[in-house]
Design a protein around this ligand. Structure first.
Ligand SMILES: [Zn+2]
Ligand SMILES: [Zn+2]
Length: 712
């Protein structure tokens, strides 16, 4: 089916709607115009005295307007009308043929809108125009109708811009996003831009081949070309003149060096196969290429979508490797899984037990399973809450549910109610509990206008060619925690030649550790080198080094240092370590992007590395904070929730709390809590509370103590 110029759901004809702001409304028809109805009508079933433009008493729909025309329309005409407070579908019908619907926008001021009347609908002689309700109980006003005997382009005063987006390096056109806004940055509605190779929404035209022909009402506009966070953004301002065509070439350049890494989005949808959102599967192909995603995991809800035939048809094979996945969507949360075979053999999504759910997913062949948006829609109504998740300790207090997925979605760029900074502490708690989940970033885009790949994950790859990605190897990188989470920035971390997912032995006396004087009193230090990459249009601000869930060291990213470039910052940061094993994560944050081509719904730009595991206790092998706590408690006989001596246990905890970081301390308190009877718990809470207030530098312990008093 031709999708040009604009589809109208459920109706076989096309309609174009636009608010005609700034246009003088004419009370009487002029030459080339036929006044059909000068008054506003109130349709519906309620009294609406607050609506001044029409009688308070309703008329029963449909509204029928009869008129005589001396000629039929042998070419396109336009119906101008004014409508107000429309929420549901109201069909426009001329002589029994549907040709449009009332615009579903609640206008504060009454503005006319335009509806294309295709050639042949108006007949010479008697005509009947009907406005038909889908829900007759809805109250709306409609009227001030006239037929304008000119085509839509003339009535809307459209001018055309032929946009070409080229790669600065090759001078060749490249898939991209074109964004058109008015002088104030507000997106401008685009007309006649729909083509096989484009994905178009108000103000947005993705193009699979770098070319887009768009028409906009005349006036001053800003036009942007962009291609996701690895590329520069180009902007041009121009005056559109009705009836004229201008050519515009916008050149963008690759700015962010991602050699050795590929950009993955592990979470995306189509209207075609998810049944909601607005992106057809063809449009999805165009947006993947246009935002520079190289590994695209298809994750429609309980559906295994194979992008390959659609990608092939659009000649987009050179730009990305598609992978069939599935957002296994249950009443107890959503999990992304890949790779999976095409077709109907989907994992059992009615399973509510997470262990059995993940087992079922793996049985279908999935190598990677991700817990999606763990705090969506918000803390309290999210999947973790079902199990009584404790954000300090990672305990599941309501149900001791085992988590057997591989990855934790830290950034979901289309979940404004679940900002990444509420998800990170959950992940930290799980890492402290000894549950190693790989952090990932994704977009969860269901719509063309929701930026695909804004949240993304960088994956190590032997080849930088998007057609030569080894999917099995990429899956391994996810499972082993060697990937990096990105929202406008991309960070890597190095400790003594080791990176994400590695365990590094850091003996107190090793050269990797600091040789500061008085080793007995000062903490051991380790140098972490963090490189933060970003496009020129993202402003990095701060780097935090997180050890066992708490900020251990920070560095500003607003200053310019010797190793910095226009699109990267490199910082060598001394990180103080506890006396036991620990994990280390780098979190870089930056300003929220508000430019119309990449406007964020998340509060800030961010890059999060996966952990490096620092083996620092002189005992071979890395121990999680929980394992360290278990080892310490074992000396007084605490194991599997029993203790021989309450007093000995409390003494041990009191002795050890000052010697361990908060991550180990909270795990130790949790383990001891389980071992103590209720009457002895108060003593433990007192210990944590006093450790928390002593010098007031351990608020996490105080918070843990306070949380114990609350009902669960
Ligand atoms: Zn979901
Ligand atoms: Zn989703």
């Amino acid at each position: 089916m031709s999708r040009w110029p604009l589809p109208l759901a459920g109706v076989g004809v096309v309609a174009l709607l636009v608010a005609a702001s700034g246009r003088q409304r004419q009370e009487s028809a002029t030459a080339g115009e036929l006044l059909l109805e000068p008054n506003m009508h109130h349709l519906g079933d309620d009294k609406t005295p607050e609506w001044k433009e029409a009688p308070a008493d309703p008329e029963k729909p449909p509204l029928e307007v009869k008129f005589e025309s001396s000629v039929g329309n042998d070419k396109e005409w336009v119906l101008e009308l004014t409508s107000h407070d429309v929420d549901t579908e109201w069909t426009l019908e001329l002589n029994g043929k549907k040709f449009g619907t009332l615009k579903k926008v609640k206008n504060v001021e009454l503005l006319p809108s335009w509806h294309v009347v295709p050639a042949g609908l108006v007949v010479a002689g008697a005509n009947v125009l009907r406005v038909i309700a889908s829900d007759p109980r809805e109250d709306v006003t409609v009227g001030r109708m006239k037929l304008v005997e000119r085509p839509f382009r003339e009535v809307a005063k459209l001018g055309r811009i032929d946009v070409r987006v080229t790669d600065a390096a090759t001078k060749q056109p490249i898939p991209a996003r074109v964004t058109v806004a008015d002088a104030s940055g507000k997106l401008v509605e685009l007309f006649y831009a729909e083509a096989r190779t484009t994905a178009v929404r108000p103000g947005i035209a993705y193009t699979s081949n770098g070319v887009a022909a768009i028409e906009v009402p005349q006036g001053h506009v800003q036009v942007w070309a962009s291609r996701g966070m690895e590329w520069s953004a180009a902007k041009s301002e121009l005056d559109v003149v009705a009836g004229s065509t201008q050519s515009l070439e916008l050149t963008i350049a690759r700015e962010v060096d991602t050699t050795g890494w590929i950009a993955a989005d592990t979470h995306m949808h189509t209207l075609t196969f998810s049944g909601h959102g607005d992106s057809s599967v063809e449009e999805r192909m165009v947006t993947i290429a246009g935002e520079g995603i190289e590994l695209a995991i298809a994750t429609d809800h309980n559906h295994q979508t194979d992008y390959r035939p659609y990608q092939q048809k659009l000649d987009l094979n050179p730009y990305f490797t598609p992978v069939i996945g599935n957002e296994v969507t249950t009443d107890n949360g959503h999990m992304n899984a890949f790779p999976l075979p095409p077709g109907k053999d989907v994992p059992a999504y009615k399973e509510l037990d997470w262990s059995r759910l993940v087992e079922g997913i793996r049985a279908k062949g999935a190598k990677v399973v991700i817990l999606n948006h763990p705090r969506w829609p918000d803390a309290g109504r999210d999947p973790l809450t079902i199990f009584g998740f404790d954000v300090a300790s990672g305990e599941r207090r309501a149900q001791p549910q085992k988590f057997t997925f591989d990855c934790f979605e830290l950034v979901n760029s289309d979940a404004p109610t679940q900002p990444w900074d509420v998800v990170l502490p959950c992940w930290y708690a799980l890492l402290n509990r000894g549950e190693r989940f790989t952090g990932v970033g994704a977009s969860d885009s269901h719509h063309v206008g929701v930026i695909l790949g804004q949240g993304r994950t960088y994956v190590p790859s032997r080849s930088d060619d998007p057609t030569k990605i080894d999917v099995d190897d990429a899956c391994r990188q996810f499972k082993e925690g060697r990937v990096s989470v990105s929202l406008g920035m991309f960070a890597t971390i190095d400790v003594d030649g080791h990176g994400m997912g590695d365990s590094v032995v850091v003996p107190a006396s090793s050269p990797a550790a600091s040789s500061n004087s008085s080793p007995s009193s000062s903490p051991c230090l380790v140098d972490a080198v963090v490189r933060v990459r970003h496009p020129s249009w993202v402003t990095p601000e701060k780097l935090d080094l997180i050890v066992d869930g708490a900020v251990a060291a920070s560095a500003p990213l607003t200053t310019f240092e010797q190793k910095d470039g226009v699109t990267w910052k490199e910082r060598r940061v001394r990180v103080p370590l506890p006396s036991h094993d620990c994990w280390l994560v780098a979190v870089a944050t930056g300003a929220k992007v508000t430019a119309p081509f990449w406007a964020m719904t998340q509060p800030r730009a961010v890059a999060v590395t996966n952990p490096i595991f620092l083996d620092h206790d002189g005992v071979a092998g890395w121990s999680s904070p929980r394992a360290t706590a278990q080892t310490k408690l074992a000396s007084v006989g605490v194991s599997n929730g029993t203790s021989s001596s309450t007093a000995a246990l409390a003494d041990l905890v009191a002795r050890e709390l000052p010697r361990v970081d908060d991550g180990v301390a909270i795990q130790m308190l949790e383990l001891a809590r389980d071992a103590l009877r209720a009457d002895a718990q108060q003593r433990l809470e007192g210990l944590a509370g006093s450790a928390g207030s002593a010098g007031s530098d351990r608020p996490a312990l105080k918070a843990w103590a306070q949380a114990q008093g609350r009902p669960r």
